[in-house]
Ligand binder design. Structure first.
Ligand SMILES: C[S@@+](CC[C@H](N)C(=O)[O-])C[C@H]1O[C@@H](n2cnc3c(N)ncnc32)[C@H](O)[C@@H]1O
Length: 283
């Protein structure tokens, strides 16, 4: 399969997202101890590897699958002499790359909202099964919570109805020039998954259902997929400019009912294409 573009855009957005990046820096400063061996899964720009080295890690393995990002990361490492000699760039898939066993800390930010479109869970499971992650390894982030909510959304753009998933990043609200997408909550938020990355292998399949009270006046036509990352017991992060943006997923529309049954099934890391949603009014 040929590569149609190199994935350097999103890691740069991550670097620019101060709320996200400074929260990860706080977590790294709290967790990494002098002398630790650290693996940074999906290093991108390398910023989290630099934070880990700054916090005193004796070695940081910065694993990056994208060749352009990995080459840039080697140059960045060379530019930062104070910490660069403790950072080893490993180009490849973190699930398979050669890494030391029983590392002290794993930092992993290959997170897309709901842990669906990026492979945080399959990669951490692979690292655990290979012995890179053990029961003693400290993980950043510590956990993740995925939520669903029924909503009423305006799917019209430039005179056409667009059924594509809507990635509603907070920065779209920060200035003019973005097409507005009005979204109204139609039900309570339901938590569909709570993952503790440090507790052992994570079950990748998720399925469930819930009956939800809804506003009979609402035209229910979409589900809002949301997520929160738990960096530590004291620090959680919801939507920021490059992490956990809400995804508005169109469903068959209905109205005039005060209750609805919502069903979900997906595989973590399986992509949005693997997400099955069902929703119907309850008579
Ligand atoms: C969301 S960015 C985060 C970058 C950086 N860690 C940060 O927090 O700023 C995720 C990065 O992980 C890389 N990546 C995704 N899956 C990977 C895998 N299985 N192995 C290694 N790198 C991966 C992507 O190419 C991208 O650069």
């Amino acid at each position: 399969m040929s590569t149609i573009w190199s994935n350097t855009d999103f890691p740069y957005m991550c670097l620019k997202d101060e709320a996200r990046t400074l929260a990860f820096r706080d977590a790294i400063r709290a967790v990494v101890r002098p002398g630790d061996v650290v693996v940074d899964v999906g290093a991108g720009s390398g910023i989290l590897s630099f934070f880990a080295a700054e916090a005193g890690a004796s070695a940081v393995y910065a694993v990056e699958i994208d060749a352009v990002s990995a080459a840039a990361l080697r140059r960045s490492v060379a530019l930062n002499e104070s910490v660069g000699e403790r950072i080893v760039v490993v180009e490849g898939d973190a699930a398979e790359a050669e890494l030391p066993l029983g590392v002290d800390v794993v930092v992993a930010e290959i997170i897309e909202t709901g842990l669906m479109d990026e492979e945080q869970v399959p990669v951490l499971n692979a690292l655990r099964s290979r012995g890179v992650v053990t029961a003693a390894t400290r993980l950043i982030p510590a956990g993740y919570e995925t939520t669903l909510q029924l909503v009423s959304a305006d799917h019209s753009y430039y005179g056409f109805e667009i059924a594509a998933p809507k990635h509603e990043w907070p920065f779209f609200a920060s200035g003019p020039g973005w097409h507005p997408t009005p979204i109204e909550a139609a039900s309570d938020v339901v938590t569909v998954s709570r993952v503790d990355f440090g507790a052992g292998p994570v079950a990748e399949q998720v399925a469930g259902e819930a009956e939800l009270a809804i506003d009979p006046a609402a035209n229910v036509n979409a589900v809002r997929l949301g997520g929160r990352v738990r960096l530590s017991d004291a620090l959680t992060l919801g939507p920021s400019h490059a992490l956990n943006g809400d995804k508005i997923l169109p469903i068959g529309a209905f109205s005039g009912s005060s209750r609805a049954r919502l069903r979900w099934r997906y595989r973590m890391g399986g992509g949005l294409g693997a997400l099955e949603l069902g929703c119907e009014p309850v008579a």
